[in-house]
Design a protein around this ligand. Structure first.
Ligand code: FES
Length: 191
């Protein structure tokens, strides 16, 4: 479960720090992240999800929005690219290699950036918690599963493995969910 700590900029001293609470949550096995909104935005941020306020820090539980960022392979060998293991649930995009890396509910996936319909670059819609194609609006879950639209299969997955603390993506092995169902289902790293 994703947990987000929101630091209250108006809180007084004597509260546990965000770092202390993050450590407690991570020790307990939660995927925890933190943010520090400006004072005027604090109430609107905590209104986005249910949660409790602990001594000046709002703990938002069950907000499954995945943040988006950019990824860059730190090593390349032939068709393989290595990425750091994502430390929390989220979506990162490596535009250079046209790879989308997702950590979601204890698993990591690597997708082709191109929509399986007519190869338009897919977009992550954080507010809706899904991918969507800007061309014909096909929709996909965070694990790439097809929801609706003109596409006829789920997002294409690259073969992935975990090796020496890295996620290794093999760009030469791309699986289509309708033609290679078993390989597509197996193309994941369980954390
Ligand atoms: S190109 Fe993505 S739905 Fe058509």
């Amino acid at each position: 479960m994703q947990v987000t700590l929101v630091h209250n900029p108006t809180a007084g001293t004597g509260s546990p720090t965000t770092e202390e609470l993050l450590q407690i949550l991570e020790d307990a096995g939660f995927a925890a992240t933190a943010c520090s909104p400006k004072a005027r935005n604090f109430n609107s941020v905590i209104a986005r999800a249910s949660g409790v306020v602990v001594a000046g820090v709002a703990v938002l539980v069950g907000d499954d929005r995945l943040p988006i960022g950019t990824a860059r392979a730190f090593a390349a060998q032939a068709d393989e690219r290595k990425y750091p293991v994502p430390q929390a649930d989220g979506v990162t995009i490596d535009r250079e290699n046209e790879v989308i890396l997702v950590r979601f509910q204890g698993a990591v996936y690597a997708f082709n950036l191109a929509c399986p319909h007519e190869h338009t670059a897919l977009r992550w819609r954080e507010a809706d918690g899904r991918f969507q194609c800007p061309r014909h609006e096909s929709k996909y879950k965070p694990d790439g599963t097809y929801i609706s639209g003109r596409a006829t299969r789920s997002m294409d997955r690259f073969a992935v493995r975990q090796e020496a603390g890295a996620i290794v993506v093999d760009l030469s092995r791309l699986f289509e969910s309708d033609k290679q169902a078993a390989e597509w289902a197996a193309a994941t790293v369980k954390l």
